[in-house]
Design a protein around this ligand. Structure first.
Ligand code: 5CA
Length: 439
């Protein structure tokens, strides 16, 4: 992408109402624009990052055996009347009427819709297990939308729903999601802690939240310190095998959200040195709730002996748009965002310091073509701007590598490369510079 033709509106100052660093940087780097309280337009750089996160979530869901669908954002109120949640959900639900005076709502979650899809097609135990997910916009009319995409009203969620024949199978489905989530966060460069959690309006009796530690987070967690470094199981585990030991290893140590916290147990299970009380960002939440929706909505399967049984369900959410903010909270410096390579909007930027000078243009163009061919999706800074302004905006936006082409270097047969995360610079001949970046 040539920056002169692109749309990357950076701001020198963040609007004063942006309270936390991720919100300030998302506005300054031109990732999002607020359209209304808690409702954002995603500008090109923000959209690129959002799509990359979405794709990592998708790959890990698929690997764990979930199947993607796409449900509508607007849902029929009648489905929520069947489950009994329509009146209970309260003011967070955006209720809408169509021209026929039918009650619709903008989905805050999709247990009812997916259960309706399931019951229309799946009738036999032989078709289980199933896990269906989608990555779709949700709306919750939050009382206090704040911190940008962290607590939005419209936000992008990955929501998966599992259907199983009995509780043991449903636990296996839960375990697959539990471990797949840890793999997602690891690929995003994040250390997520699974903590025992309250189930709130989703319901059920088994639930974990996944928390990224950050002082600006809205969640309070109490956990054994060893969980922070425990790490993800990796993609190569046997997804159809017994995952319980891997889950037990991560749930044996004390970790709870404030609603579930039991100080006496915490003190019994961890020494003062091992105990950590911290703030964090909830980037995922998983639930097992048995027949909470399948029973009132009549989602059942025929068993081998001819009897029918309500299916056992769970649901599994990842805050995809919230993750953009969470990654920035976890990875930035005074100059701006430091994206992990896995979600960076561009793999590298070629910075032309003397646009219009033929020899410099030619080397910059050559570098740009080579990085394009290597699949790095590079940005070419061909703007007619001062070098300082170019470096400042590329540091702000957080492109992982800068390949800097200036008249002095070109005369000497070298270019400079800079790694955003460390600030480390090196002068190298072009071929060596390209090799250092492409690895
Ligand atoms: N149906 C279940 C799981 S699919 C569900 O809705 N769970 S949830 O309410 O916990 O939401 C899932 C995830 O969405 C949360 O962990 C959080 O990361 C994200 N999320 C929830 N509310 C918001 C919000 N207002 N803004 C941004 N992200 C949100």
């Amino acid at each position: 992408m040539r920056l002169s033709r692109y749309f990357m509106p950076t701001l020198r100052e963040a609007p004063s109402d942006a309270q936390i660093v991720s919100h300030q940087l998302m506005l300054r780097a031109g990732l999002i624009r607020q359209e209304a309280a808690g409702i954002y337009a995603w500008l090109p750089i923000g959209l690129k990052v959002l799509r990359k996160i979405e794709q990592i979530v998708r790959e890990e869901m698929n690997r764990a055996g979930a199947v993607e669908v796409l449900m509508p954002t607007l849902q029929l109120a009648d489905l929520w009347r069947e489950s009994g949640r329509y009146d209970d959900y309260g003011e967070e639900m955006l209720r809408i009427k169509d021209r026929h005076e039918r009650d619709l709502l903008y989905g805050p979650t999709a247990e009812e819709v997916i259960t309706d899809i399931f019951r229309a097609y799946i009738k036999s135990y032989k078709d289980l297990p199933k896990n269906l997910y989608n990555i779709q916009w949700k709306f919750r009319d939050e009382r206090r939308p704040r911190f940008g995409v962290m607590r939005g009203r419209e936000f992008l969620m990955k929501d998966a729903y599992s259907f199983d024949v009995d509780e043991a199978a449903a636990r296996r489905a839960y375990n697959r999601m539990f471990l797949a989530y840890l793999n997602v966060y690891a690929r995003l460069g994040l250390k997520a802690i699974p903590v025992r959690a309250d189930t709130g309006p989703i319901g059920g009796d088994l639930s974990h939240e996944f928390i990224i530690l950050a002082d600006t987070g809205e969640s309070q967690v109490f956990a054994h310190k060893d969980l922070v470094e425990m790490g993800a199981p990796g993609p190569d585990i046997d997804w159809d095998g017994d995952l319980q030991p891997l889950v037990d290893q991560r749930t044996r140590l004390y970790a709870a959200s404030d609603e579930m916290h039991d100080q006496a147990r915490f003190e019994a299970e961890a020494t003062p040195d091992e105990r950590m009380t911290a703030r964090g960002i909830e980037v995922g939440h998983i639930f097992y709730f048995g027949e909470k929706y399948s029973r009132p909505m009549g989602a059942k399967v025929a068993m081998p002996d001819g009897t029918e049984r309500f299916v056992q369900m769970g649901s599994y959410g990842v805050g995809v748009s919230r993750l953009v903010g969470a990654i920035i909270e976890a990875s930035h410096d005074e100059a701006g965002i430091i994206w992990p390579d896995s979600v960076a909007p561009f793999g590298a930027a070629v910075v032309n310091l003397r646009v219009g000078e033929a020899a410099v243009d030619q080397v910059a163009e050559q570098a740009y073509q080579a990085l394009t061919a290597a699949g790095l999706d590079p940005l070419l800074d061909d703007r007619d701007e001062r070098p300082g302004a170019k470096f400042a905006s590329l540091d702000l936006v957080g492109v992982p590598w800068q390949l800097i082409v200036g008249p002095k270097g070109v005369a000497e047969g070298v270019v400079e490369i800079k790694r955003r995360a460390t600030g480390e610079r090196q002068s190298l001949p072009l071929e060596a510079a390209l090799k250092a970046i492409t690895g």
